[in-house]
Design a protein around this ligand. Sequence first.
Ligand SMILES: *[C@@H]1O[C@H](CO)[C@@H](O)[C@H](O)[C@H]1NC(C)=O
Ligand SMILES: *[C@@H]1O[C@H](CO)[C@@H](O)[C@H](O)[C@H]1NC(C)=O
Ligand SMILES: *[C@@H]1O[C@H](CO)[C@@H](O)[C@H](O)[C@H]1NC(C)=O
Length: 170
Amino acid sequence: MACLARRLAVCLSLAVLAVVCLPSRGEAMGRLPQPPPDLNFTISVEGVVWCKSCRYAGYVRAMDASLLPNAAALLRCRRDDGRALSVWNATDADGYFLIQADWESAPFKSKDCKVHVPRSPASGCAAAVRPAARKGAPLKFRRFVPLPDQLQARYSAGNFTFAPEEPAKC
Ligand SMILES: *[C@@H]1O[C@H](CO)[C@@H](O)[C@H](O)[C@H]1NC(C)=O
Ligand SMILES: *[C@@H]1O[C@H](CO)[C@@H](O)[C@H](O)[C@H]1NC(C)=O
Ligand SMILES: *[C@@H]1O[C@H](CO)[C@@H](O)[C@H](O)[C@H]1NC(C)=O
């Protein structure tokens, strides 16, 4: 029994090690994962926009939230030298957006960038919950997407959640 327990403990610690070691060194050190700096790639970022608690067409019971279509999302990058970039796109019927910035994004690092969903498309669900209003979300590296004409880094900006000002008036 004790032997089995010890073997389990070894397995568990190996599993934990594997999980800790797999992500890039940057993440293990508590920072956001970064792709290698010496590559020429473009930036793309995805995210999902929700309305907490209102029961619209895209209601997901497990989340008690509705997916919001037609929400405008903005990728905004700015460097110390003043160089800046803004690229917009909108969420689809599943509340999902993908912003694909072209070569103009190559000079920027992900830490130069934030994603904003400035306004909710639903007037009854307009209060920004997360990220807080005007805060924006940082980019988290997910994977590289090799396209015919470019190497694209795909980041996630996570979930953007709005809520009704008054729950009774969704
Ligand atoms: C990256 O590749 C693009 C397209 O080939 C090119 O226009 C750009 O100059 C390259 N940038 C760097 C820093 O190599
Ligand atoms: C906007 O989103 C659509 C659907 O995901 C995508 O095909 C298109 O490339 C995106 N445009 C930009 C500029 O990101
Ligand atoms: C966004 O919400 C979905 C659904 O609950 C969840 O699976 C996912 O982990 C969330 N993403 C982030 C980055 O928090």
